[in-house]
Write a protein that binds this ligand. Sequence first.
Ligand code: PEP
Length: 257
Amino acid sequence: MSKTAKRPYVVGNWKMHGLLSSLPAILDIDRAAACYIGVDVALALPFTLINPAAITVEHTAIGGQNCHAAHEGAFTGDISGRMLADCGAHFVLLGHSERRLGCGEDSATVRAKMQATLDDGLSAILCVGESTEQRAAGLAETSVQEQLLASLPDGLTSIGSITIAYEPIWAIGTGRIPQPAEIAAMHGALRQTLRDRLGPQAAAIRLLYGGSVNDDNAEALLAIPDVDGLLVGNASLDPRRFRAVVRAAQQASLQAS
Ligand code: PEP
């Protein structure tokens, strides 16, 4: 499907950054979301900011960066999707490489979390991406396709609630990004995998690119075939830079229409 059919989706991942004193910055981003109405804007925030942000913003979807696979129970220190929804979240980021690598989450765990998230009525942004070694060995596409398949719940029906973010591990926070042709090839491969698994309706799923996205490279990234939006880490912490990324998405959608 051409990108003309989909609204661009720009998601900021604040990771473990932000205090209550960051609410003005979140409001600043919300103003950009109000201004660039052709773009869906979202922020994946630390747990502590989800409710304060959700009751403050009007045009930005607020989400979490992780949740437990159970709805409730004896899991000290964890938060469920149901709890996130209860405090105003609309989506959860799942399978980020910082959780896969830093917290030992394998694809089976991510799959269980996705199922719980969708059951709780939230959307899910599923992150997948290859390591430096996998790319060097020529295994980037197959390893990411395998990761995608292993992370998707069986019998998926809520296609409209799913977004996939391709984030090469070696591009996150490094200032290095793949060549446009490499991103196009990966997104094409992910689209084909989704189509094989889910049928023609997979065409509607938005595929984001993430990894060292900023206000300088957003326009070029959004011009790549099958890039339906961007997942932005570090640059989303600066409202001025994030606003410029959202503006680039608005321009891309105007050019495509
Ligand atoms: C991320 O970790 O999701 C990310 C996109 O990070 P950065 O933009 O800082 O590379």
